[in-house]
Design a protein around this ligand. Structure first.
Ligand code: ATP
Ligand code: MG
Length: 140
């Protein structure tokens, strides 16, 4: 069994319908081994998005992700990393809306920044990202 980090972004957490629909979908496909509602601080966001420091969208991304509560989850399943990324859909909303409307980003993404959710892109980043959100998590 593999674990991954999922983050439901602030505009979705404000939308009870969207949040419940995503949570139901998650519960069908994964075992939830950690869940936490968190207002991401500037410091956490800088650690979490360190690889994007030089991107043109970095400031926009940080002010969005710190703008209100997010929900972070540790999800377990076989191939959890790629499974969750498949359910999320592509980063860019214009792609999801036409080609993958049933993905979470296809349903609830508003823009390339406000794309509804995050998922770790590899096992190694999953472990680092879980550390940012769940510093006490026991990987055993
Ligand atoms: P991957 O890790 O496979 O590249 P991702 O969905 O994690 O895909 P990243 O490229 O890591 O996306 O970007 C991190 C976040 O930055 C995205 O989820 C999105 O919120 C934001 N972002 C990415 N690209 C853009 C862009 N072109 N314009 C605005 N915001 C963007
Ligand atoms: Mg990424």
């Amino acid at each position: 069994l593999q674990i991954t980090l999922a983050v439901i972004k602030p505009h979705v957490v404000k939308n009870l319908f969207a949040l419940e629909s995503i949570q139901k979908r998650i519960e069908c496909e994964f075992e939830v081994v950690g869940i936490r509602e968190v207002v991401i601080s500037r410091e956490m966001a800088e650690r979490f998005y360190a690889e994007h420091r030089s991107k043109f969208f970095y400031n926009r991304l940080l002010s969005f992700i710190t703008s209100g509560p997010s929900v972070a989850l540790i999800l377990a399943a076989e191939n959890a990393v790629s499974k969750w990324r498949q359910i999320m859909g592509p980063t860019k909303v214009y792609k999801t809306i036409y080609s993958e409307p049933d993905t979470i980003r296809g349903q609830f993404g508003l823009s390339d920044t406000r794309n509804a959710c995050h998922g770790s892109d590899a096992m190694e980043s999953a472990l680092n990202e879980i550390n940012v959100f769940f510093p006490d998590f026991d990987f055993e």
